[in-house]
Design a binder for this molecule. Structure first.
Ligand SMILES: Cc1ncc(COP(=O)(O)O)c(C=O)c1O
Length: 401
């Protein structure tokens, strides 16, 4: 036997749900069954040509063949600052308030290592993107889950934050447009959470990875609230905005001390994002005025199609304000996992059980709108034949909500 066992920090993690779903999928595919995957939020559309052209050009420049800097190219950070000011009305110092990331996940996963000590606590939305718990756990700190519920538009209640905050609470994560619920936050929410953070003397980490995917009003930035400027960091992604999940590129913006700490950490574990990708992504922001509405139109059509069908089937489901997910109720009396397994076994449609995002996700499932209208139609047709919200089902195990 080799002298190896996984580190305690790895063993403390909840199982990464998407790996589990991948396994189910491969198993079914190996058996030759058709899988209609509506589980993972990975855009089916290609990266737009204006990004690819810039990428090809910058990739040929030998200056971009060497190690990048950890904070990212100043030229790219300047382009980001210009966009940020135009989009959010927030002026950022590109040298001190912006750092480029190898995807937002990298920054969110690393930030707790730069900001938390063992024994510290972080407030994390439940349901929520699993990386907040993972990053906090890796830092030896304790994730404390804050329920976000339908009745409050999936915004955390300040009363819950007050109940859960303790002397070792150092930061609170917020994420709008929200994964998995599709909820959006008005600017007044950012004012409230910033004022709360000042009162409780904690930091705010805002995950704005879906800021450009919205169906009504364009979401605000937490950084537009003056009280947040010296105690907040906001994470932005190019992944969903430009269908570039595979290129791994995002950025962090916010208080200089927080950005600097993240950059220092990154300098010790990675060497920054490839420069050609930084330059192509940052230049792409200038095309967002044209690209953004077209992209949102694509998701709107998919959203409306899926919402109509699910409602017709009797699924209780709200209209999301942003991101590319639908968050619906599983049939009464059935657990999230049982429902998702039943649907997969009987139709080949892969959904995400709400419990993959935390205990509060029990009773819910998520649909990712990252498949074509044709694929969605096929999947919804199969779901319609199953009619899970209407027919009583034998295998359900009761759950309390
Ligand atoms: C809420 C949220 N934040 C961050 C990310 C990561 O984005 P990126 O591809 O930039 O790492 C995702 C990806 O699914 C997400 O859902």
């Amino acid at each position: 036997m080799i002298p190896f066992s996984k580190s305690d920090r790895l063993q403390r993690l909840p199982r990464y749900l998407f790996a589990e779903l991948e396994r189910k999928r491969h198993e079914a595919e190996a058996q030759g069954r058709e899988v209609l995957d509506l589980s993972i939020g990975d855009p089916d559309l290609p990266t737009p040509p204006f990004i690819l052209d810039a990428l090809a050009e910058h990739a040929r420049d030998p200056r971009n063949h060497r190690y990048p800097t950890s904070a990212g190219l100043l030229q790219a950070r300047r382009a980001i600052a210009a966009w940020f000011e135009q989009r959010f009305g927030v002026a950022l110092d590109p040298a001190r308030e912006i750092a480029i990331l190898i995807g937002t996940k990298e920054g969110i996963g690393h930030f707790p290592l730069a900001a938390l000590n063992p024994g510290d606590e972080a407030l994390i939305p439940d349901p929520g993107y699993p990386v907040y718990v993972a990053g906090t756990t890796f830092a030896g700190a304790t994730p404390v889950r804050v329920p976000i519920r339908e009745a409050q538009g999936f915004l955390p209640r300040l009363a819950d934050l007050d109940r859960l905050v303790r002397p070792r609470t150092r930061l609170v994560f917020v994420n709008y447009p929200n994964n998995p619920t599709g909820a959006t936050a008005p600017r007044s929410f950012y004012e409230e959470i910033a004022a709360w953070a000042v009162r409780r003397n904690v930091l705010v980490v805002s995950d704005a990875a879906y800021s450009e995917l919205y169906y009504a009003e364009a979401p605000a930035s937490l950084l537009s609230v003056p009280a947040a400027r010296d105690r907040a960091i906001e994470f932005h992604s190019f992944s969903k905005t430009f269908n570039m999940t595979g290129w791994r590129i995002g950025f962090a913006a916010g208080a200089p001390a927080l950005v600097e700490a993240l950059v220092q950490l990154k300098a010790n574990v990675d060497s920054g994002a490839p420069q050609a990708i930084q330059l192509a992504a940052a230049a792409g922001l200038a095309s967002l005025d044209v690209h953004g509405p077209a992209l949102r139109g694509v998701y709107r059509e998919r959203r409306d199609l899926a919402l109509d069908t699910l409602r017709r089937l009797g699924c209780p489901i709200q209209t999301p304000g942003g991101a590319f997910y639908l968050w619906g109720r599983v049939p009464e009396g059935e657990s999230s996992m049982d429902f998702v397994s039943r649907v997969f076994e009987q139709t080949g449609i892969l959904l995400t059980p709400g419990t993959g995002f935390g205990e509060e996700g029990e009773g819910w499932f998520r649909v990712a709108l990252t498949s074509s209208v044709e694929t969605l139609r096929r999947a919804l047709g199969k779901l319609e034949a199953l009619a899970p919200w209407k027919a009583p089902h034998a295998s359900a195990s009761p759950v309390s909500r």
